[in-house]
Ligand binder design. Structure first.
Ligand code: ADP
Length: 477
């Protein structure tokens, strides 16, 4: 089997490899991918550092052309890359193709942003002096990504890093190297100079840690668990380095008595269970007012009955497998915790066998949960949802905000008054009205508050806040 190698200083290298296993069919090896060392990481950082002066001064047209070319190739290969994504991560083929299209759109967006780089010219408060405010790239950006969006998250970090003139060392999650390898290959062939984009696949504790420990990495953008996020923060403070963290969520979705029942059920089923609940924006807390509670539970469980859990590549599958054995154990451990805490298992909770051996779990709904239970406070990252009954809107809002996290927050209501109040008072980076808490646009800011995020927002033109540093220049006329 071919070994997909690391790209360091423009060369494909590496002979140690690990297997990339398909969670829908654990007999299938998707491919062999390089297992990089700390030495490889150091070499990649040195290559990125050496490439920075020239790339940071490269023309905006060159950056535009390369990013556009990459976006176009990803779009042209959306079915093939989508299938690769579904095989390595386990989300359904339509979800995986959708994510691939999104990655392409992100490259198209930042190809455009490269042509719109601008600053400000401002008069000084002193006579005969001009002031210019411009943005400089940071230098070498370390990119550390999780497994749940194998192509979109790398795209939304790599595209702005390159657009604004930074060079990159990119470390994808161990479970999903294939899509990362594919987009690095595409960008390399699109004409990036040697060393501008380096790929080091390998373990977080080895490759990721070597990035955290390097004084030559000027910025780290990280999406992953809270624990690793804290390590990124501590190591970055030591090096006086800029960092950006996207971590967990325990996103609430409020359903009020006046909600359109169909809209509420569709949004809750999508938010809680699609992509196997493995989205940081997934809604794992449903907060439902008394008047609609029983009707909503009946309609949601009827909807869950219709959802097919099976191989991600099979037509008709709504929910693919859990990503791996470790995550499956986390999910089933939390199901046991929910039972012991006294929540009522209203649907699911069981492992399922399918034609191909994989990590299949029923969508699982706990009702009669309280917001104090561990299943309502801790991020599970699986298809496991707690439903909490509340008296009225005021209690619903207070419950929604009573969480250590603050990524996305949703409400289903036909009341303009409550929708408006909720938008103003939800303690979250993103608010959804009559929509799933997951599912966002690629051209507007993404990110959260409290324990969910740290640093500037990602995506859209707000990405410049992280990937550049502002310079104020004064000139005597
Ligand atoms: P998850 O539990 O979802 O896998 P992690 O935070 O462990 O979340 O993983 C997110 C990313 O962080 C992955 O690319 C992983 O390899 C990387 N990572 C894990 N440990 C470290 C570490 N000590 N230093 C840097 N990166 C790490």
């Amino acid at each position: 089997m071919t070994i997909y190698q690391n790209l360091i200083g423009g060369e494909w290298i590496g002979s140690d490899a690990t297997e990339n296993i398909n969670p829908s069919d654990t007999n299938e090896v998707v491919g062999l991918y390089a297992d990089g060392s700390a030495e490889d990481t150091k070499n990649a950082i040195a290559a990125a550092k050496a490439a920075f002066p020239a790339w940071s001064r490269s023309g905006i047209w060159e950056r535009h052309v390369i990013l556009k070319k990459a976006g176009d190739e990803i779009m042209a290969r959306k079915d093939e890359l989508g299938a690769l994504l579904a095989r390595e991560e386990g989300k359904t083929l339509p979800e995986a193709i959708g994510e691939t299209i999104r990655a392409s759109q992100i490259f198209e967006f930042f190809a455009g942003e490269a042509l719109r780089l601008a600053g400000e010219v401002i008069p000084s408060v002193r006579p005969n002096i001009g002031v210019e405010i411009t943005r400089d790239p940071l230098g070498v950006i370390g990119i550390i990504t999780p497994w749940n969006f194998p192509i979109a998250i790398p795209a939304w970090k790599i595209a702005p890093a390159l657009c604004y003139g930074n060079t990159v060392v990119f470390k994808p999650a161990e479970l999903v190297p294939a899509c990362s390898w594919a987009i690095v290959d595409i960008l390399h062939r699109a004409g990036l100079p040697k060393g501008v984009l380096n790929l080091v696949m390998g373990k977080g504790s080895v490759v990721g840690q070597a990035m955290l420990d390097s004084p030559d990495v000027s910025g780290i953008t990280f999406t992953g668990s809270t624990g690793t996020g804290r390590r990124v923060a501590a190591a970055s403070l030591e090096h006086n380095r800029k960092f950006q963290l996207e971590m967990g969520g325990k996103n609430p979705m409020v359903v009020l008595d006046d909600a359109d029942l169909d809209v509420a059920v569709e949004a809750a089923a999508n938010s809680g269970f699609f992509s196997t609940g493995q989205r940081c924006t997934a809604s794992s807390r449903l907060i439902v007012t008394e008047g609609i509670h029983d009707k909503f539970v009946a309609a949601l469980t009827a909807k869950l009955e219709t959802l097919v859990v099976d191989n991600a590549l099979k037509a008709g599958t709504h929910i693919g497998p859990v990503v791996d054995e470790k995550q499956l154990k986390t999910d089933t451990d939390y199901i046991e915790i929910g039972r012991q805490e006294g929540a009522k298992l209203a649907f699911g909770g069981e492992l399922i066998s399918r034609e191909t051996p994989g990590f299949y779990l029923q969508p699982t709904l706990f009702t009669e949960a309280t917001n104090e239970m561990r299943i309502s406070r801790e991020e599970i990252f699986g298809p496991v949802v707690s439903l909490i009954r509340v008296k009225d809107y005021e209690e619903a809002l207070a419950t929604a905000n009573d969480t250590p996290f603050g990524l996305s927050s949703g409400i289903a209501t036909t009341s303009l008054k409550h929708a408006t109040h909720f938008k103003r008072n939800a303690e979250a980076g993103m608010v959804m009205v009559n929509l799933p808490t997951a599912g966002v646009d690629f051209h507007v800011p993404f990110g959260g508050r409290k324990g969910s995020s740290y640093g500037p927002r990602e995506q859209g033109k707000y990405a410049a806040e992280f990937y550049t540093t502002v310079k104020t220049s004064y000139t005597l006329a």
